[in-house]
Design a protein around this ligand. Sequence first.
Ligand code: ATP
Length: 275
Amino acid sequence: MDDTLLQVQSVSKLFGEVQALNNISLTINKGEIIGLVGSNGAGKTTLLRLLAGVYRPTKGTLQMADGTTVEAGRHHLGVVPESTGLYSRLTAWENIRYHSRLHGVKDEESWARTLHYATLLDMTPHLGRHTKGFSRGMRQKTALLRALAHHPSLLLLDEPTAGLDVTSARTVKKLVKTLGEDGKTIVYSTHQLPEAEQVCSRIIIVHNGEIRADGTPQELLQLTGQTTLEEAYVTLSSDKARSVDVEEQPAKGWSRMWRGFFTPTTPAAGGDEDE
Ligand code: ATP
């Protein structure tokens, strides 16, 4: 069975003269938890916004598996943007309900779902409060509840744990894992490598608008010959590193192949070196 959910093909995004993304290709499969990791300005938010249909690519295409555009598939999407965009004069629940109604979901249905997830996020006592004055964590959690209330199959989360205290971050991470286990597909950006390692089944390293690596945490370690994801990340985001998709490489000899990437005369990405 084909598990493809969404395909990004040769996508570039320019803002005036700023090349935010340069010729990105990737396939998002059902049930994956994908971590987008990269330095400030790497292009993570731009990629998430393209996936959400907020931006159109300057070049290339984004297509759902059924052949439709991401814009047409928006009702399948749950988004937690960088800035939560909550209405401060509404309560948390009113914010969620307003959003759910826009998606055509009945109040009883979104309330039941909200109550379920609010319990997991320790947010139940705050659902009736106006969001003005909410802490950063409470805002993030409300935005997450808002994104979940219409039962999306694909969640796009922009740094959902940024600025959260340890306990809140743990709660959010746990929920993301549970959602993945329940079959949701999740793409989320983070600067926290240990978090990406704990939560994600796949990590995409974005650097200067390009995908530098794409694979499981274990594959990234093997690819670079490093023992920690932090070291692997530093190696992969160095100026010498070239784009590489782990899934397209042979299963053996990662380290040897990786050394080959630094040598311009080595044949295409070391792909012919497999033992
Ligand atoms: P951070 O980790 O700091 O949030 P990021 O990886 O999410 O960074 P993006 O926000 O995607 O990075 O930005 C990528 C590049 O595109 C940056 O150079 C940024 O200044 C530029 N950029 C993004 N959005 C716009 C915009 N609307 N107008 C102009 N430039 C933009």
